[in-house]
Design a protein around this ligand. Structure first.
Ligand SMILES: [Zn+2]
Length: 72
């Protein structure tokens, strides 16, 4: 990765530094454009693997009738 420099005072920054040690200016990391779609895909995959999709679909499509004996 290329060396990052403070955009105000040009002091070299650590790879994880958002704040310049010398002048205190914020130097937020620039994320590539694909970071959000990628995060969304990862989130959806995690959701798919963590959630029992079959049970969820069954729950959604099941007719809502109260079980016999309920509400007494
Ligand atoms: Zn600086």
């Amino acid at each position: 990765m290329a060396e990052r420099n403070c955009r105000r005072c040009s002091t070299s920054l650590g790879i994880d530094d958002d704040l310049c040690q010398a002048c205190g200016a914020r130097n937020p990391l620039r994320h590539p454009w694909y970071i959000w779609p990628l995060a969304a895909v990862i989130f959806l995959l995690a959701f798919y693997f963590l959630v029992d999709v079959e049970a969820l679909r069954d729950y959604v499509t099941r007719p809502r009738v109260p079980p016999p004996g309920a509400g007494d």
